[in-house]
Design a protein around this ligand. Structure first.
Ligand code: ADP
Ligand code: MG
Length: 737
């Protein structure tokens, strides 16, 4: 017989035993690699498994079960092992009857003293067993299990496993209802069953066609067949008190006790965060060290003259951030910097300075914004600001006509334009730059890592990248999403801003509120009204922008110019409304959250938010940031229709906290990282086990270890394949090279 043995990776103990047997039978010397063993007889294939193996190769998984596993996204052994239990069934403690407590996972051995069967309803039968041991007696109720009666006999020794509870109508007696296990001690399988009941058992998310038993058996099989190579070095494990990988996987699925389970979780969460951080550091290293960037060494006078045109002095945080940016830009390593600062903290000024610095060095700059409105606003502002310097600025968005677009593309390609401002259109194929040196993306969290990479790929030398975000992101999340970037934070607001007074009011005060708004408009102000929906929706009892708009302009605000703005309107229509609001032609703007990002109308000093309970704290804070941009004192009035105390408590935080970073932390604490971002384009990797919020401490340690590891430089061949297997989506662009 031929044995064809294929093997990758280290051997499990079982595999070692198999090999010993083969060695013993054949007398052959066994080495690592791929072997052919000669036996008399037929060919037989013995494949050793690793994490990439198809689950069909596991014993007990045929095509049908494999198909069921595929349905829950499990194709490889790794996929299976990474299906962490959603919870555990406690192991039952064997004890005597007298010592049982209510609500306890119990296991007891006793003699059946009586059996009684009753039919309660047509389809419900009850078999009651009376079981006794030397310490006492207990009743065991089994519903709809007629087969039990056939298996059990009075006088036999029986083992029962199940949860104890008080007997209905009894005087504190205990019963076991619907036991998990009930079998005679003389049964052949008894000892095995007792063992399994006394252990903690994992419970998985399943589809039909799979049972917990099948799932557990498959995981067990995988754990014995596969030997896992450690990702974390001995040093890292020791420093952080972590398990070996094999142990961790075993213990997350079949923990001996809670402590072991917690340790396994910690290990796997650490491993996950560590890998992602390694990926991010690797990405950073690849971006900044492996390809050279541009050194904007020349110091022209544009930046300085521009500063002189500003009617204010930069704040301390702005100055510090500018120093960071300037240092990055003049160095020859490509800048990879994130500037985070609350709405109105003055990031745009810094973006303008960076763009001028690129132009001073005869490079082109691109500024990308997530929405048309915002891009236009930047465009208009910067055209005005750059006029004295004869900098040529172009605008590019999907809305331009073919001819307009063509003209812009030509001017970018022949360098007759220095700066282009636009939307996603800047990323498209066919947009070529003569000499792209700086890419700025505003409100970055809406662009994923991939999009960042797409823009960067448009230049020969790696352009400098500046990312600006006004969404304060909790630090852990920041490191997970932007771990490849250097970070500057602007916390200090420009002076002279009066804080936005924020009120929370119940629905029944609406009329009064709008009267107040009207008064302010009559005194020359402008106001926003934000609604959660665009149009009326019968399924949800919320105000829609359209309804509120109709209501207000024909009611309280009759005779005053009102506008409506929402995402379902055409782009030109939207732009026209925004323009009119900007110019003060519209006094009251009813809108959905399209106004959320970056819109700047200094004269607008009041914001009313209808159904504030529909929004997250971060989002409310963003909305609130639309007002308070001028010298007028500003109000944000949240109208809550929610009755739940929890919702009200959450909204009250808005009235107490002005700092966006603090609100972001609260938001994530209250609603979890998933709800934190309103759209899915947040670029946050799908974490399988770690939790960006709860595992903050772990993340920081993992990041530190990852930094050391990547610094050593030999990690590439060992980390990259793992990233490819586990986080393909997030890191695809660094993996294919
Ligand atoms: P952000 O983009 O961070 O939301 P902006 O850059 O749009 O904020 O700035 C908001 C407003 O504050 C603008 O009108 C800007 O001119 C003004 N501003 C910026 N920096 C300062 C400063 N240091 N002192 C006073 N006003 C400032
Ligand atoms: Mg801005």
């Amino acid at each position: 017989m031929f044995w064809y043995l294929e093997h990758r990776g280290a051997l499990s103990s079982r595999q070692r035993i198999v090999l010993q047997h083969i060695k013993w039978y054949t007398g052959m010397q066994i080495m690592m690699g791929v072997y052919l063993f000669e036996f008399p007889g037929k060919y037989s294939r013995l494949t050793m498994l690793d994490l990439r193996s198809d689950i069909k190769e596991l014993k007990g998984i045929g095509p049908k079960r494999a198909a069921a596993f595929h349905r829950i996204g499990v194709h490889t052994v790794y996929d299976l092992l990474a299906c962490y239990p959603k919870r555990y069934e406690n192991g039952a403690v064997q004890g005597n009857i007298a010592s049982l407590k209510p609500n306890e996972d119990a296991m007891l051995v006793g003699t059946i003293e009586g059996m009684e069967e009753r039919r309660i309803r047509a389809k419900l039968s009850l078999l009651t067993l009376y079981v006794a041991d030397e310490s006492g007696k207990i009743a065991v109720s089994c519903f709809n299990q007629p087969f039990l009666k056939r298996r059990l006999r009075i006088g036999k020794r029986v083992c029962i496993a199940g949860k104890t509870s008080y007997a209905y109508g009894g005087r504190g007696q205990l019963v076991i209802k619907q036991p998990r296990g009930c079998f005679l001690l003389e049964d052949a399988s008894a000892s095995k069953e007792i063992e399994s009941f006394s252990k903690i058992q994992p419970v998985y998310f399943l589809t039909e066609a799979l049972t917990q038993t099948i799932f557990r058996a498959a995981v067990k099989e995988a754990l014995t067949e596969v030997s896992l190579t450690d990702i974390l070095s001995d040093g890292i494990r020791q420093r952080n008190g972590l398990l070996r990988r094999q142990e961790a996987f075993r213990a997350i699925h079949f923990p001996k006790d809670d402590t072991e389970q917690r340790l396994a979780r910690k290990t796997l969460a650490f491993e996950e965060l560590y890998l992602i951080q390694c990926g991010l550091f690797y990405m950073k290293k690849k971006n900044t060290q492996l390809r050279s960037g541009i050194s904007f060494y020349r110091k022209g006078d544009m930046v300085e003259s521009y500063r002189k045109t500003l009617p204010f002095a930069l704040t301390g945080d702005q100055e510090r951030t500018w120093l960071d940016i300037e240092k990055d830009m003049s160095g020859d390593r490509p800048m990879r910097r994130l500037v985070q600062g609350d709405v109105g903290s003055g990031k745009t000024v810094l973006a303008a300075m960076a763009l001028l610095k690129a132009v001073e060095n005869s490079y082109q700059g691109a500024l990308m914004a997530p929405t048309e409105i915002l891009a236009r606003q930047h465009y208009e502002g910067l055209v005005k600001a750059f006029q004295p310097f004869r900098v040529r600025v172009a605008f590019l968005s999907g809305q331009l006509t073919q001819n307009q677009k063509k003209a812009v593309l030509v001017s970018l390609a022949d360098h007759s334009v220095d700066i282009v401002i636009g939307t996603h259109a800047l990323l498209q194929d066919g947009v070529n730059y003569a000499k792209l040196g700086l890419v700025i993306t505003d409100e970055q969290h809406r662009f994923g890592v991939q999009q960042r990479a797409a823009l960067e790929s448009k230049a020969d030398l790696l352009p400098d990248v500046l990312v600006m975000t006004a969404t304060p992101i909790p630090r852990t999340m920041m490191l997970t999403i932007y771990g490849d970037l250097d970070i500057s934070t602007i916390r200090e607001m420009p002076p002279g801003r009066t804080p936005i007074r924020t009120f929370l009011r119940r629905f029944d005060r609406r009329t009064l509120i709008y009267k107040y708004v009207k008064d302010c408009i009559l005194q020359g102000g402008q106001a926003y009204v934000v609604c959660p929906l665009v149009e009326a929706n019968e399924a949800r009892d919320l105000s829609s922008a359209e309804e509120v708009y109709d209501e207000l302009r024909s009611g309280v605000f009759y005779g005053l110019p009102c506008g409506l703005l929402h995402g379902k309107m055409g782009k030109q229509e939207k732009a026209a409304v925004m323009e009119d609001f900007h110019a003060g032609k519209i006094k009251l703007l009813v809108a959905t959250t399209v106004i959320e990002v970056g819109v700047n109308v200094p004269n607008a000093s009041i914001m009313v938010i209808e159904h504030a309970e529909c929004f997250g704290l971060s989002q409310l804070h963003q909305l609130r940031g639309r007002v308070g941009r001028g010298s007028r004192h500003s109000d944000c009035i949240m109208i809550a229709a929610a009755k739940s105390e929890q919702a009200i408590t959450r909204l009250e935080l808005m009235t107490q906290i002005q700092d966006g970073f603090q609100l972001a932390e609260e938001d994530m604490r209250l609603r979890g990282p998933g709800a934190f971002f309103s759209d899915r384009q947040h670029g946050l990797p799908d974490l399988k086990i770690a939790d960006v919020f709860l595992d903050m401490g772990l993340l920081l340690k993992a990041r530190e270890e990852a930094q050391k590891e990547i610094g050593k430089g030999e990690s590439k061949k060992h980390i990259l394949p793992l990233l490819a297997m586990m986080y393909q989506k997030q890191f695809s662009h660094i993996l294919d090279t």
